[in-house]
Design a protein around this ligand. Structure first.
Ligand code: 13P
Length: 254
């Protein structure tokens, strides 16, 4: 049985005051919600403070990106061992906003994934197609390329210590959520692709959905067997909304 995970990707949002307010509301809303793993991924500058604020909470903390290098002359980058040292458990790698704006390709993302695991972090590997790719019937080809780069570089067993997030790019920040059927179809495809290499690893692997997930559409998505939680953007900045998703995931996991 896979325990659901709901992670909030705050993206480039927040301030010290706003973070404190959000975390305190979140802890109040989530008191007593178990059967689900929870995490927040704030911007890098706030990570240490957020880890500190959540020190007595079951809510874990993750970075939004890491370097593929462990240390050295890489101005502006944050290394995975640094994230681990300050108390992060997770790190997002390969988010579509970075694939697009920073031109991260799948080989680079695989190197980040490996750097994260070498530092003891659990990478949350994002995959997903653009609108034009879906319309051209290329969703499976795109997701396969993104997934295979990591499977080839790191090996299937590495997915014992990783999470995948399927995030259709056309659903991110658009309010256009994938239907539960659309999402479930790709989740099953991803699981089968991992299963082709190792069925046991695939059966234990958590595959999250991301893209305009909200408290009011989460239950429908999470009702599908292959959808093991969410990577939540906009709604993670609102305590009641994020907690609603967490409760839906806890309910679906029971
Ligand atoms: P939204 O929930 O704002 O669509 O963002 C999803 C996402 O990109 C999470 O990483």
């Amino acid at each position: 049985m896979r325990k659901p995970l709901v992670a909030g990707n705050w993206k480039m949002n927040g301030s010290r005051d706003a973070n404190r307010e959000l975390l305190s509301a979140l802890q109040a809303e989530l008191a007593g919600v178990d059967s689900v793993d929870l995490a927040v991924c704030p911007p890098a500058v706030y990570l240490a403070e957020v880890v500190d604020t959540l020190s007595a909470s079951p809510i874990a903390v993750g970075g939004q990106d890491c370097s593929d290098q462990a240390s050295g002359a890489y101005t502006g980058e944050v290394a995975a061992p640094m994230l681990r040292e300050i108390g992060c458990r997770y790190v997002i790698v390969g988010h579509s906003e970075r694939r697009e704006r920073q031109n991260e390709d799948s080989v680079w993302v695989a190197a980040k994934y490996q750097a994260a695991q070498a530092a003891g972090l659990v990478p949350i590997l994002c995959v997903g197609e653009q609108k034009e790719e879906r319309e051209a019937g290329r969703t499976e080809a795109v997701v396969s390329e993104q997934l295979d780069a990591v499977l080839d570089a790191a090996g299937v067993e590495s997915f014992d210590h990783a999470v995948i997030a399927y995030e259709p790019v056309w659903a991110i920040g658009t309010g256009l959520t994938a239907t539960p059927e659309q999402a479930a179809e790709v989740h099953a495809f991803i699981r089968n692709r991992v299963a082709a290499r190792d069925p046991r690893v695939a059966a234990d692997l958590r595959i999250l959905y991301g893209g305009s997930m909200k408290a009011d559409n989460a239950a429908g998505l999470l009702a599908h067997d292959d959808i093991d939680g969410g990577l939540v953007g906009g709604a993670s900045l609102d305590a009641a909304n994020f907690a609603g998703i967490a409760r839906a995931a806890a309910g679906a996991g029971e």
